[in-house]
Design a binder for this molecule. Structure first.
Ligand SMILES: Nc1nc(=O)c2c([nH]1)NC[C@@H]1CN(c3ccc(C(=O)N[C@@H](CCC(=O)O)C(=O)O)cc3)C=[N+]21
Ligand SMILES: [Mg+2]
Length: 313
């Protein structure tokens, strides 16, 4: 079995070693720039951007992410309002809290950490968040704005993916992009952002046939399948840029766990650039949440229509 698998691998030409795109450093730089803009907003308008983070239940991973988000808000000089609700919270109770946060002038961004417990309809909750405060960009109004390219709040992980790509790609026009995964939070929105830049976009998913062959044609690969070590070196065209969105917790030999992506980065020496996991998309997701909170605060303070995002960088 091992030998036939080895034979299936194509021979790859020896090209220059790939760049590892440092998401941690890029995110830190973005947070620093956001902090400067927050300071300006406080000085000129007296308003401090505020982010409400709602966590229902006790999922340990969610707990870690929420703590990271709150720590970064502080770093950027924003206020955060943490709402921790019990695992048994009803949908009506959560909707009542959303209503309060929608009406609260100190709150410019609302994030309800997903997944939610089974008794709560996540769609109903996302629909209840005021679109102008929807810093996750999951509300149907923001989804619609993204699909028509008319501003609004863009989901954080796709935005972070584009900023990581922007560090190595100057001209997207005509590039072939393959997105692996069709989720509402990553696959679909990142495909729309790539389409907006006039890439030729293919969205693949669990039922896609000949996935490796499709990926082999790509100049840009965004792997958001949530499947550890799915994407192998021989799937990747020499010189392609690979964004690894996967956050997969896998067992370690010593009994602990570690985080791996969807991509076997060690096999990608022939790629132009790759994002690591950890230290790639994850930190950018959090930095983009702060960027969205600042954008929401700015739009709410000026009373303007949802603004078009300025170019990253
Ligand atoms: N409403 C909502 N919005 C979200 O944006 C949202 C969510 N729900 N539910 C869960 C997912 C997951 N997510 C991550 C954020 C940061 C890292 C992150 O910082 N990762 C680090 C460390 C990974 C680790 O060590 O755990 C890294 O990749 O370097 C990961 C995952 C946001 N999510
Ligand atoms: Mg990462």
């Amino acid at each position: 079995m091992g030998s036939s698998e080895a034979e299936a691998r194509i021979d790859l030409p020896d090209v220059r070693p790939s760049i590892l795109i440092d998401g941690t450093a890029l995110a830190a730089g973005l947070v620093t720039r956001i902090a400067a803009d927050v300071a300006t907003m406080v000085r000129t308008t007296g308003v401090t951007p505020g982010l409400a983070v709602v966590l229902v239940g006790r999922d340990p991973a969610s707990d870690i992410y929420v703590r990271r988000k709150i720590a970064q808000t502080g770093k950027a000089g924003m206020r955060s309002f943490e709402h921790r609700l019990s695992e048994e919270t009803s949908e009506a109770e959560l909707l009542a809290l959303i209503g309060q946060l929608n009406a609260d002038d100190a709150v410019h961004g609302i994030l309800v950490q997903l997944p939610l417990p089974a008794q709560i309809d996540a769609g109903a909750v996302l629909d209840a968040i005021a679109p102008a405060k929807d810093v996750d960009g999951f509300h149907p109004v923001n989804v619609g704005r993204l699909s028509t390219g008319t501003g609004g709040l863009v989901p954080c992980t796709p935005l972070g993916c584009m900023m990581l790509l922007d560090t190595v790609i100057e001209e997207y026009r005509g590039l072939k992009a393959v997105v692996i995964g069709k989720s509402n939070i990553v696959g679909k929105p990142v495909a729309l952002l790539l389409l907006e830049r006039e890439c030729t976009v293919t969205v693949t998913h669990i039922a896609t046939r000949n996935l490796p062959d499709i990926v082999r044609g790509a100049d840009i690969v965004v792997a958001a399948a949530g499947s550890p070590a799915l994407v192998r070196g021989d799937w990747i065209k020499p010189g392609a840029v690979v964004i690894d969105v996967g956050i997969n917790r896998v067992p370690r030999e010593d009994g602990g766990t570690r985080i791996v992506g969807d991509v076997v980065t060690a096999e990608l020496g022939h790629a132009r650039a790759v994002t690591p996991v950890p230290g790639g998309v994850g930190p950018m997701t959090i930095a983009c949440l702060l960027a969205n909170t600042l954008q929401a605060a700015g739009d709410l303070v000026s009373g303007s229509r949802p603004s078009h995002r300025r170019q990253a960088g």
